[in-house]
Write a protein that binds this ligand. Structure first.
Ligand code: AMP
Ligand code: FE
Ligand code: FE
Ligand code: ZN
Length: 280
C-alpha cells in the first residue's frame, strides 16, 4: 500500500488537472494520494470525483504559505473543513497577496525582458493559485529560459533583482487555525535549504503546544543527514513522520511515489481529522 501525501495539480502550480493527477497516481502504483495545492481547496471536488474511476484513495489537503520569524515556511494541512471561515479567509487573502506580488515581479522583470501579465495568466488555469512557477512558464514560452529550473535559478531567484516577497500568516497561528478547522498540520520540507533560511529545532519544538502533528521527513529536498536529524527530532517531540513526492507534474522532476508514508501514520492522521479519506 503506497501512500504519497504531497502533490500539486493545475489548481496551483502543478501541470496535471486534479483528475489527471488521480490517474497518474494509479499508474505510479499509489493506493492513496493527497492533493495539496497551495493555499486552496479548489481541486478537491474534481479529485474526489476521480477516486472511483482511478481506484486511488484521496486525502484532501492544502499546502499553506506561512512565515516564522521572517522565514518562509510551508505547512501541510490534511482533511480540514473547507468551510471553516477563518481558514478559508486566510487562504483567500494569501492568494490575493500572491497575485499582486506576481504582478510586481513581472513589472520588475520588464525592466530587462518584455513580458506581459497576460502571458503569465495564459500559463495558469482560471482558478489557480498564482506563483512564480507560472511566471517561469511564461519566461520559457517567451524563450528567455529553457525550463522552470533555469527560471528559478536565474530570473526568479530570491537573491535576484526581480524577486518580491508576499505577506503570509504566522506559522504558529496557522497551526492552531488548522486544528480549529479539524485539520492535521504537518510541516512540509522544513529543512529544504534551497528555499532559503530554515527554522530552528527550537522553533519546531515550540509548535507542538500549538498543535503541530507531524513533520515531512522523506522529501527530495532533504539530504540523508536532514532526514536522520528530523526523524530523531520527530521521535523526541512525539510527532508523526511522513514522506512524499511534492509532485508538480511536468513542472518539476519530482515523481509520484518517490517518497511515501507508512499506512499506520495515515491511520493516525485520519483519526485526528474532521474529514475522512475518500476511498474507491
Ligand atoms: P512562490 O510560492 O510563488 O514563491 O513559488 C514557489 C514555488 O515554486 C514552490 O511551490 C515550488 O514548487 C516551485 N519551485 C521552486 N523552485 C523550483 C524549481 N527550481 N523548479 C521548479 N519549481 C520550483
Ligand atoms: Fe509548488
Ligand atoms: Fe512547498
Ligand atoms: Zn508542495
Amino acid at each position: 500500500m503506497a501512500i504519497d501525501l504531497h502533490t500539486h495539480s493545475s489548481v496551483s502550480d502543478g501541470t496535471d488537472t486534479p483528475r489527471e493527477l488521480m490517474f497518474q497516481a494509479a499508474r505510479s502504483g499509489l493506493s492513496v494520494v493527497a492533493l495539496t495545492d497551495h493555499d486552496t481547496t479548489a481541486g478537491w471536488q474534481e479529485a474526489a470525483e476521480a477516486v472511483a474511476p482511478s481506484g486511488v484513495a484521496l486525502v484532501r489537503g492544502t499546502e499553506i504559505s506561512v512565515e516564522s520569524d521572517g522565514i518562509s515556511v510551508h505547512l501541510l494541512s490534511y482533511l480540514h473543513d473547507p468551510g471553516h471561515e477563518e481558514l478559508a479567509r486566510e487562504f483567500a487573502r494569501t492568494r490575493e497577496f500572491r497575485g499582486s506580488r506576481a504582478k510586481t515581479i513581472v513589472e520588475r522583470i520588464n525592466a530587462d525582458y518584455p513580458l506581459r501579465w497576460s502571458d503569465v495568466e495564459a500559463q495558469a488555469s482560471p482558478e489557480a493559485t498564482i506563483g512564480r512557477p507560472h511566471i517561469a512558464d511564461a519566461l520559457v514560452e517567451s524563450g528567455y529560459v529553457r525550463d522552470r529550473t533555469e527560471a528559478f535559478a536565474e530570473i526568479l531567484s530570491p537573491t535576484g533583482p526581480y524577486y518580491v516577497r508576499y505577506q503570509t500568516p504566522a506559522l504558529a497561528h496557522t497551526v492552531e487555525l488548522v486544528r480549529a478547522a479539524g485539520g492535521v498540520p504537518v510541516l512540509a520540507h522544513v529543512r529544504a535549504k534551497a528555499r532559503g533560511r530554515v527554522i530552528s529545532d527550537d522553533a519546531i519544538a515550540a509548535l507542538v503546544e500549538h498543535g503541530l502533528v507531524g513533520i515531512e521527513v522523506d522529501h527530495r529536498d532533504h539530504t540523508a543527514g536532514d532526514r536522520a536529524h528530523l526523524r530523531r527530532l520527530a521521535q523526541d517531540l512525539g510527532l508523526l513522520i511522513t514522506g512524499s513526492s511534492d509532485y508538480h507534474g511536468r513542472g518539476k522532476p519530482n515523481l509520484l511515489a518517490e517518497n511515501t508514508t507508512d499506512p499506520r501514520v495515515l491511520a493516525q492522521i485520519e483519526e485526528r481529522a474532521h474529514l475522512d479519506v475518500i476511498r474507491p
